[in-house]
Design a protein around this ligand. Structure first.
Ligand code: NAD
Length: 503
């Protein structure tokens, strides 16, 4: 364990990044960041209290006119430099992410960090392509055009499963469009969000444009969501907390963007490439130790392939190497926390009474928050493992008979974030992509995301889009500007008030 990342001393002094510098929080609550692979505390910090949120919002407000007034070219240049700084810091960011989340270093190095850099480079380009409708004379007497304007100070709240990428997804489209941001990362994983904000400063993005308050949802999150100077709330997290955030934000008529939970179906039709479905199901359910809102969790297999796939998945899961996340040979690290491991273990224990747990499905002895890949069959449609988000390395497999039934089962949940359909038949694939209600439907794959394409849910998975230029719809507002072209005092339409009288 000697090669573990050491948290830099500067974070011991403070884990609030406000107006371009780190400072301690003013809450009486000390928050711990724990390495889930060992159970050791790697950082204790004074959490953000309401006064820190107020200071961060004030810094963001002060920075707003200058940043909103910068040209798209200037914002783009700063974001290009930002991408370069992140690329130079890539190794450190990956190690810090692995330390606080327990995710395998291979995942941090090959997915989280390059994804973040690519997102930054994407928004550097996209910043110059914010579009309004073209101008024109839509009434004979006027010229109209549309201005696309930033909204103001954005209050963003992020979860712990991909802290760096979530910071990027929340901050980049907002600042590319000229807003300023106060981000509250999950209190157990603030490190890489703070480093991301520091990198923004190093790239020359003005102080106050990006602020990070590290603290709990109740103390810092709710104060941010209800703050009168926050114009929009962008939340990624569970549906339960999302509902509370929505209620709080709505009371003060704030714009809202919600990226919530998921329970992604993985539907395999009987003509599918069985080996591809096996590999895809194991990778798609175990990525990030299953703590992925789009992870494959409910697998529906058409009856002729069912036995073969269950056997193949169990065999493939048995080859997955559980271990120290800093070891490049490790496939599956611990869950993010011991609390999360215990929640997952309890769900699996309860499942033993109503379904079959085919793999060992029990946490190994030791200090780490580990839980092995787990495969469950024979669960009823309405059972907990089929209906609720588990957020662990657990895959439930169920059979179906007709195509109609497969698609109906895929839609048999209030969630609608992502789904996949596995078939070699173009008509089946086309029907599944049309009829499955989710913000993303993959065909013959499950998980990949790209900066150019939108990510966001249907139904209880929320509304609004991250990534891609679609995210600008969230972080901008459109203004209609109308010029009179007649230059006369008594306009034609004044007849509705004055009748035919001359002015
Ligand atoms: P969570 O809902 O418990 O917490 C998310 C964030 O909200 C954290 O920063 C937390 O401190 C904060 N929070 C908690 N209570 C709050 C309150 N009352 N007011 C304001 N903020 C509050 O979620 P989590 O456990 O951190 O993350 C896992 C969840 O996130 C899963 O449900 C997962 O599906 C979801 N998620 C969704 C997406 C997506 O794109 N749709 C992406 C990643 C994670």
């Amino acid at each position: 364990m000697s090669n573990r990342y050491q948290v830099p001393d500067r974070f011991t002094a403070g884990a609030q990044y406000i107006g371009g510098r780190l400072r301690p929080g003013t809450s009486e609550h000390t928050q711990r960041v724990v390495d889930p692979a060992t159970g050791e505390t790697v950082l204790g910090y004074a959490a953000a209290g309401p006064a820190d949120v107020d200071a961060a919002v004030a810094a963001a407000r002060t920075a707003l006119p200058g940043w909103a007034g910068a040209t798209p070219g200037e914002r783009s240049a700063a974001l290009h430099r930002f991408a370069a700084v992140l690329a130079a810091d890539a190794g450190e960011l990956a190690r810090a992410e692995t330390l606080q989340c327990g995710k395998p270093i291979r995942l941090s190095t090959e997915f989280d960090v390059p994804g973040t850099i690519d997102n930054t480079a994407f928004f550097a380009g996209a910043a110059r392509h914010l579009q309004g409708q073209s101008a024109g004379e839509y009434s004979g007497d006027h010229t109209s055009y549309v201005r696309r304007e930033p909204i103001g100070v954005i209050g963003s709240i992020a979860p712990w499963n991909y802290p760096l990428q979530m910071a990027a997804w929340k901050i980049l489209p907002a600042v590319a469009a000229g807003n300023t941001v106060v981000l509250k990362p999950a209190e157990i994983t603030p490190l890489t969000s703070l480093m991301f904000a520091e990198a923004a400063r190093e790239a020359g993005i003005p102080d106050g444009v990006v602020n990070v308050v590290s603290g709990t949802g109740r103390e810092a999150g709710e104060h941010l969501v209800t703050h009168p100077d926050v114009a929009m709330v962008s939340f990624t997290g569970s549906t339960a907390v999302g509902k509370r955030v929505a209620a709080l934000a709505t009371a003060s008529v704030k714009r809202l963007h919600l990226e919530l939970g998921g329970k992604a179906p993985f539907v395999v039709f009987d003509d599918a490439d069985a080996e591809a479905a096996i590999q895809g199901a194991v990778a798609g359910s175990l990525i990030n130790t299953g703590q992925d809102c789009t992870a494959a969790t409910r697998m529906y297999v058409q009856r002729p392939l069912y036995d073969r796939l269950v056997e193949g998945i169990a065999d493939t899961m048995a080859t997955v190497r559980l271990g120290d996340p800093f070891d490049p040979a490790t496939d599956l690290g611990p869950l993010v926390s011991h609390a999360q491991r215990d929640r997952v273990a309890a769900v699996v224990e309860r499942a033993r009474s109503y379904a079959k747990v085919l793999t060992p499905g029990r946490a190994p002895a030791g200090d780490g928050a580990y839980f092995p890949p787990t495969l469950i069959t024979g669960a009823a449609r309405e059972s907990e493992v089929v209906r609720n988000e588990i957020f662990g390395p657990v895959l439930v497999v169920l059979p179906f008979d007709t195509d109609d039934e497969g698609i109906a089962l895929a839609n048999d949940t209030p969630y609608g974030l992502a789904a996949s359909a596995w078939t070699r038949d173009v008509f089946r694939a086309n029907r599944a992509t049309r009829e499955i209600a989710a913000g993303c439907v993959w065909v013959n794959d499950h998980i990949p995301i790209i900066s150019e394409m939108p990510h966001g849910g249907y139904g209880a998975s929320g509304f609004g889009k991250d990534m891609s230029t679609y995210s600008f719809e969230e972080y901008t507002q459109v203004k209609h500007v109308m010029f009179d072209n007649t230059a006369v005092a008594r306009k034609d339409w004044h007849r509705t008030v004055f009748g035919a009288r001359r002015g």
